[in-house]
Write a protein that binds this ligand. Structure first.
Ligand code: PLP
Length: 395
């Protein structure tokens, strides 16, 4: 293949041409500040209103529930810290799951240091949070439950409506990190009894550094950034107009194309999974086969290091992601893979491929062939693999 094969769409996506074209006028000629009263400002204000409507339509909610932020991380921080600070008089207990993104988990650690108590829910072997587990963890002093809609590593889609039912009559706020879900499945905060929802534009072919927090009407979340009166006084700072316009258009396109795109991605995802399972020995699919993001393929390959495979595949022109976090030069297996009870040795061989609408069957075929080649290469250098093969031959 002459071109790079990009299979890391959970990390970020390519901005669409249509989105970029919508943004350009606001980076060049229409540069007014939306807070200014003259026409050049007012046309920017109108553009923000249009983007807010576009996003609200996708979520089936009122536009006044949408607050622009700098992305998923800020939205998660705002939801958690804002709730903790404003509701500490009602209790100091929060609940989350063991497989959240670090934008949630590290914020929880920050809150723990400030006297809050966090319960980290176990998940089952496929990454699902059981409704009973949540029920058992709820306490009268629980002020927030934060469970991600879909997992960024293994693609598990949580039973959001079921979890929301559990929380419906409890005073705790329900936050969901929908960063990976938005644009991949119908995201419905009102049907799920969700009070706060985070999303990030660069995961659905919009620009980076822009996202939003949905805040249900009537939920009093204090401002996270202090300064001007933007976003009805709840999120200060001159709006990133061009990016907000881009995100609005990207959200609209994501909704319009969702059905067909998800169908296509699901077929390709299952084709890739079945080829890997049939043709590559000593591998294990991470995450569920059903209720899985349409674009997510995540495998552990025994007798291999995921990070090494990422580099070898890069040399074959393929972008994908390993399943481990590199801490001071040592590859530690991911917290998600540990939470689904994978042993650390197996988890070190994790690789994640995330597809997009433009992924083709030829690209998948090329990737599977390349994967077979690099795995053979790296397993031949792996002493445990050589020992295992020798032992097997002797039997
Ligand atoms: N939450 C999830 C599930 C994510 O996958 C990511 C990014 O990978 C984030 C939050 C952070 O989003 P952002 O990159 O917009 O800060």
């Amino acid at each position: 293949m002459d071109q790079t094969i990009y299979l890391d769409n959970a990390a970020t996506t390519k901005i669409s041409d249509d989105v970029l074209a919508c943004m350009l006028p606001y980076l060049k000629d229409s540069y007014g500040n939306p807070s200014s009263v003259y026409d050049l400002g007012a046309e920017n204000k109108d553009a923000l209103t249009r983007a807010r409507h576009q996003i609200a339509k996708v979520l089936s909610c009122e536009p006044s529930c949408i607050f622009f932020t700098s992305g998923g991380t800020e939205s998660d921080n705002w939801a958690l810290i804002g709730t903790a600070e404003s509701r500490s008089h009602l209790g100091k207990h929060l609940i989350t799951s063991k497989i959240e993104h670090h934008a949630v988990l590290h914020t929880c650690e920050y809150l723990e240091k400030r006297g809050f108590e966090i319960t980290y829910l176990d998940v089952d072997e496929q990454g699902f949070v059981k409704k009973e587990t949540l029920m058992n963890a709820l306490r009268p002093d629980t002020i927030l439950v934060s469970i991600m809609t879909a997992n960024n590593e293994i693609g598990t889609i949580q039973p959001m409506a079921e979890l929301g039912e559990v929380l419906k009559d409890h005073p705790a706020l329900f936050h969901t990190d929908a960063v990976q879900a938005f644009g991949q499945l119908p995201v419905r905060p009102e049907n799920w009894h969700v009070d706060l929802l985070s999303a990030s534009s660069h995961k659905f072919h919009g620009p980076k550094g822009i996202g939003f927090l949905y805040i249900r009407q009537g939920v009093d979340l204090p401002s996270f950034l202090h300064g001007g009166k933007q976003e009805k006084g709840r999120r200060a700072g001159t709006e990133n107009v061009a990016s907000i316009i881009g995100m609005g258009r990207a959200a609209e396109i994501a909704a319009e194309t969702m059905e067909e795109r998800v169908q296509k991605e699901t077929l390709l995802r299952d084709y890739m999974i079945s080829r890997i399972e049939k043709e590559i020995p000593f591998c294990h699919l991470n995450g569920p086969r059903k209720h899985r993001l349409a674009n997510n393929v995540n495998f552990c390959f025994s007798f291999a290091e995921g990070e090494t495979l990422v580099v070898l595949l890069d040399m074959e022109g393929i972008c994908c992601s390993g399943g481990s976090a590199c801490t001071s030069g040592q590859a530690a297996s991911s917290h998600v893979l540990r939470a689904i009870h994978l042993d650390p040795d197996t988890a070190r061989g994790a690789l994640r491929f995330t597809l997009s609408e433009s992924t083709t069957r030829e690209e998948i075929d090329y990737t599977v062939e390349a994967l077979k080649k690099v795995l053979l290469q790296s397993r031949r250098m792996n002493s445990s693999f050589l020992g295992f093969m020798k032992w097997n031959r002797r039997r």
